[in-house]
Structures are given as C-alpha cells and as structure tokens.
Design a protein around this ligand. Structure first.
Ligand SMILES: NC(=O)c1ccc[n+]([C@@H]2O[C@H](COP(=O)([O-])OP(=O)(O)OC[C@H]3O[C@@H](n4cnc5c(N)ncnc54)[C@H](OP(=O)(O)O)[C@@H]3O)[C@@H](O)[C@H]2O)c1
Length: 239
C-alpha cells in the first residue's frame, strides 16, 4: 500500500489533493485541525481509500504522538508522500498586527512543516523513496502588503524546500513547493473576487483541482528529476 499524508485535508485545496491522490493509487491519511464534519466529507470522497488523522500541525508533541500512533498501527509500512498543505491567514498591516497573528500563521505553515516532515524523513531515507510537497503561495515569492506574517511563512517554506531538497536528493526523495495565486476556497471567501480577477491575466480564480493536478505530477515517478523547485499556479498573476 502507498500512503500519502495530506495536512489540512478536510477542506479546499487539501481535499482536492486527497481525492486526486486516491486516483493515483494512494491510500490517503487526511489530517485536519478541528473540522471533523468536513474531514468526514473528504473521507467519503476517497471511497474507502483513506483514514482521518486529526492533529494540530503547529503542536509538535501532538503531531509526533499522532504520527507515532499511526506507525504503531501500520507496522512495516511507511508514509512515502507528505503534502504540507495546512495553513491559515490572519491579514493586517504589520503596524496593526497582534503578536498572536504573527506567531499563529508562522507556527502552522512553517513550524508545521518541520513538525510533520522531520519524523517522517527517517523512513523515507531508509526506503530511498519519498515525495514532499509544500504548499507555499504567490505571497511567499512576491510578498503581499497586509500579509507580512503569511508572506514570511510562505517565503520560509520555499527556502526550506530548497534546502531540504539538497539534503535528501541522493536518498531518492524529492522536495518541491507549489505557489498558488488566488484559488477559490474558504480561505479566499470574502475577498472581492470581481475586483481581484481583473489583476489575473487568465481572468478568474483557480480551482483546488488545478492545484491538486500539479501535486499528483510531483509525487509521480516521472517527476523524480524535479526537486527544490517552486511551481506557480496563478493564472499568470506573478511568475
Ligand atoms: N486558497 C488560496 O487562494 C491559496 C493561495 C495560496 C496558497 N494557499 C495555501 O494552500 C493551503 C490550503 O489553503 P485552502 O485555501 O485550501 O485553505 P482552507 O480552505 O482554509 O483549508 C485550510 C485547511 O487547513 C487545515 N488547518 C488549519 N490549521 C491547521 C492546523 N493547525 N493543523 C492542521 N490542519 C490545519 C484546516 O483544517 P480544519 O478544517 O480542521 O480547520 C483545513 O483543512 C494553505 O497552506 C494556504 O496558505 C491557498
């Protein structure tokens, strides 16, 4: 059995990735923070090819405990694909930003990457096979005003992707990032889509499925020579 862990798999982009990876023959481990009803919906969409594994990726103790519990229940197996997708945004100008909003965004997107990936690496290295895909953002490439915290977290994940890729390349593990632009999910609800899409050359927001397609490619055997890269999926917004 091929196991893929998708953090933040209960909704949006994470859900589409879970569904897409089951089509590639993966058994998906659907992580989420608290929204059990939505996580259950994702699980239903995997048609029996998945399981739920709730934990807060920003909590290293909780994350380690959940992953170690999973490992004990799946002796002899290992998670060969991890998609670090969990993320939140708490936007405001830095001058007005509460300290908690700074830390929360970095703790989930950036420390979450460490908390989840670090315990899974030894098994990937042992099997000389693994795929790590990190969900960054156009904000991490360009920096967006009102998103200093989010841009820092996503810029950090891009740098971490490039560093880790070089550490593990000889072990058959690839590490890549995806930088979506505006994708229609709960995270972008409330944004002025009509106004924003005027800035997007393709003229519309993207769909979670369009992001999931790139993840499916990056985890495929055919993508074994692609590592340390960032793929933008943004309708031409910024490249
Ligand atoms: N949508 C966009 O336009 C866009 C653009 C660029 C990048 N991104 C990135 O793409 C990723 C997915 O975004 P989305 O739009 O699909 O977001 P979303 O619809 O808001 O879903 C967020 C997901 O992350 C999970 N999550 C949040 N905090 C978590 C935590 N502490 N531990 C574990 N899971 C946690 C949520 O779980 P619960 O359901 O339990 O809350 C949910 O599954 C994020 O990293 C985001 O920054 C999105």
């Amino acid at each position: 059995m091929k196991y893929a862990l998708v953090t933040g798999g209960s909704r949006g982009i994470g859900r589409a990735i879970c569904v897409r990876l089951t089509r590639e023959g993966y058994y998906v481990i659907i992580n989420y923070a608290s929204n059990e009803a939505e996580a259950q919906r994702t699980l239903d969409l995997t048609c029996g090819r998945g399981e739920l594994l709730p934990f807060d990726v920003s909590d290293s103790g909780q994350t380690r405990a959940a992953l170690s519990d999973w490992q004990q229940r799946h002796e002899g197996e290992y998670i060969s694909v991890v998609v670090n997708n969990a993320g939140i945004r708490r936007d405001s100008l830095l001058a007005l930003m509460p300290e908690d909003d700074w830390h929360r965004v970095l703790d989930i997107s950036l420390s979450g990457f460490y908390n989840v990936t670090q315990p899974l690496l030894p098994a990937m290295q042992l099997h000389k096979s693994g795929r790590i895909v990190n969900m960054a953002s156009v904000s991490g490439l360009k920096g967006l005003p009102g998103q200093t915290n989010y841009s820092a977290a996503k810029g950090g994940i891009i740098a971490a992707t490039k560093a880790l890729a070089q550490e593990v390349a000889r072990r058959g593990i690839t590490v890549n990032a995806i930088a979506p632009g505006f994708i229609r999910t709960d995270m972008t609800q409330g944004l002025d889509e009509a106004e924003l899409k005027k800035l997007i050359p393709v003229g519309r927001f993207g769909t979670p499925e369009e992001v999931a397609e790139a993840v499916a490619f990056l985890v495929s055997p055919q993508a074994g020579y692609i590592t340390g890269n960032v793929i933008s999926i943004n309708g031409g917004l910024y490249t």
